[in-house]
Design a protein around this ligand. Sequence first.
Ligand SMILES: NC(=O)c1ccc[n+]([C@@H]2O[C@H](COP(=O)([O-])OP(=O)(O)OC[C@H]3O[C@@H](n4cnc5c(N)ncnc54)[C@H](O)[C@@H]3O)[C@@H](O)[C@H]2O)c1
Length: 333
Amino acid sequence: MHVLVTGAAGFIGFHLSRCLLQEGHTVVGIDNLNDYYSPALKESRLALLRPFPNFSFEHMDMANTPAMQALFSNNAFTHVVNLAAQAGVRYSLENPLSYIQANLVGFGNILEGCRHSGVQHLVYASSSSVYGMNKKVPFAVEDSVDHPVSLYAATKKSNELMAHSYSHLYRLPTTGLRFFTVYGPWGRPDMALYIFTKAILEGKPIPVFNHGNMQRDFTYIDDIIEGVVRVMGVIPTPAPQGTPLTPACSTAPFTVFNIGNNNAEPLGRFIEVLEDALGKKAEITYLPMQNGDVEATYADITHLQKVTGFTPSTTLEKGIPEFVRWYREYHTI
Ligand SMILES: NC(=O)c1ccc[n+]([C@@H]2O[C@H](COP(=O)([O-])OP(=O)(O)OC[C@H]3O[C@@H](n4cnc5c(N)ncnc54)[C@H](O)[C@@H]3O)[C@@H](O)[C@H]2O)c1
């Protein structure tokens, strides 16, 4: 495959690029290396990708239309995996317009590029946050995602709608992946595992929202990558005319999957496993629920299992120590 990975210096984009390169595929990575979190961490990830002869990197903004047009006309990508985005629920209340730029204008450029260059399959990151006010658990792809509670979620849902229109109009095969709280080595400094690990090691209190009454379907990065790679190879086909349409099934070559661990873990247990891995107790500051956040996420992954034969399965007991090992090594603590 000749793959464009957007957000290649990001957490998931880095791991995916490394896996594809190790399998011998050609990868072009792009990233604008913005300072939403440490650009040095992004550079450190890139430093591990640069030695691969089948890797090239372009420092560019996905929302820059002429640059994106040039990228697509200078390459013949067979697959595109769109992982670049302004991520994070909470920051979308602070800086909403950055989400419009990266996640909507940027994604529009991806769709146009794919449409005009005969890409075989566009796989793109959606998010569990699209379930918003949905209370039915586990969250299934057939459930309503019409009530987002953050602009971040609204942009991710918009990506699914935009993708469907291109799948329908231009027969561009597209697959959306609703990721559920991804964690692991090289993880994001704005996410709970990183924030908690740093604070506990520094002897500072950790902020726990909704007075600890939170559940997350934590998904280990290696499981995510195996899922993404499998999904890349399963190009969605249109359902026959007359088939009842569902959010994941259309007469256009379009689908969406949940990719989670199928297990809603209470935040308290997550913290206990982290304390064990660090050999140190956390001091907890309980805080009210944050605007834009949801109490629980829990993925029904039946559709993913049926189509790709894959079930993410890494437990917190296995995954959290892997993160801690990396954290100590990277920060030399
Ligand atoms: N990590 C998770 O738990 C999680 C959960 C749900 C969805 N997602 C989605 O998965 C994708 C990857 O997430 P991640 O955790 O790797 O995030 P990340 O922030 O580590 O990676 C995103 C990368 O995209 C780059 N980027 C942002 N805007 C850009 C632009 N306009 N042009 C070019 N590059 C740009 C950033 O510099 C960053 O390196 C994102 O779309 C995110 O919304 C992640």
